[in-house]
Design a protein around this ligand. Structure first.
Ligand code: OGA
Ligand code: MN
Length: 297
């Protein structure tokens, strides 16, 4: 055992004892982390002074290929020269705080809606790994919801109703909810992707609700009816009893399983305080399903 774990929530989330993940490279230790993710879905590591390169290298050791399409590159500043790093910050290339009316800010504000990373792609995101580099002096926390516990708590009638349903996800939808408008060029990249609403997770066999603010419709259902059900499920899954709130410290490194959780950033005065994190997400490459589904159903 290269580290021990302490539960931070009744259903999920564990905090690891001190370990330097930059040095963790042997298969035993890596598979320990994967098993811990199967069990807890969110792992919190402190004091991980990753460079961007080291963070990418660790993510590749842990889970293989990195996702490079977790957002729309034209709308995201990127100070790292690779699409494999998502620049989760409110500063521009020069390090200055982004202006209140800047499109990039409005685009990024959608991270405050409950979501799971890259559900609008196929493959979607499997593990996301967020490294905190600069944290404001005011609360600028991230919340996580356990979508397995949320599934378990549904009654049998609802579980039966959800079985087999397919959901279309699009990043355009979560942005449009907030009134963001895409240009025609941008829209070309916004086809979205379809995924099952209920997922059975490998290894544990547990089932999970796969919904997000990106979820636009349930295939084959009238759109309003599907949206109402999706809304009800997100509301159900984000009851306080299923939610953990993470208060960041510099060099915290949080890994979560996007198949088993949703998350959202909480509001803070982002026009006043700088906040800089870097995210790497791995490709959920075992799930190729749906990649050839036509856009319109
Ligand atoms: C992310 C994300 C929320 C936050 O990095 O994928 O949604 O609190 N972050 O920054
Ligand atoms: Mn996210």
């Amino acid at each position: 055992m290269s580290f021990s774990l302490k539960n931070l929530h009744a259903h999920f989330v564990a905090e690891a004892s001190p370990v330097d993940l930059r040095q963790v490279a042997d298969e035993d230790a890596l598979s320990e982390i994967r098993s811990a993710l199967d069990e807890y879905a969110v792992l919190v590591f402190h004091e991980q002074p990753f460079s961007a390169q080291e963070q990418m290298a660790f993510a590749q050791r842990l889970d293989g290929e990195l996702h490079t399409k977790t957002g729309i590159s034209a709308l995201q500043k990127n100070r790292f020269g690779t699409e494999a790093i998502a620049d989760i910050s409110n500063v521009d290339e020069s390090g200055a705080i982004i202006a209140p009316d800047d499109r990039r800010r409005i685009y990024n504000l959608a991270n405050r809606l409950w979501h799971t990373d890259a559900s609008f792609q196929d493959p979607g995101g499997r593990y996301s790994m967020l490294s905190a580099k600069l944290i404001p002096p005011v609360a600028a926390d991230t919340e996580f919801a356990d979508m397995r516990a949320a599934y378990d708590a549904l009654d049998d009638e609802m579980k039966a109703r959800l079985e087999g349903l397919i959901v279309h996800h699009s990043i355009a939808y979560s942005r449009e909810i907030l009134g963001f408008e895409f240009s025609e060029n941008e829209s070309a990249a916004l086809e979205g992707a379809c995924h099952p609403l209920i997922r059975r997770l490998p290894h544990t066999g547990r089932k999970s609700l796969y919904v997000a603010s990106h979820a636009t419709k349930i295939i084959g259902w009238p759109i309003p009816e599907g949206r109402l059900l999706l809304r009800d499920l997100i509301e159900h899954a984000t009851q306080r009893k299923f939610v953990y709130r993470h208060t960041w410290q510099v060099d915290d490194f949080v890994i979560w399983d996007n198949r088993a959780t949703m998350h959202r950033g909480l509001a803070f005065d982002d026009t006043k305080y700088r906040r800089e994190l870097r995210r790497v997400t791995t490709l959920d490459i075992n799930v190729r399903w749906g990649s050839r589904t036509p856009r319109h159903f």
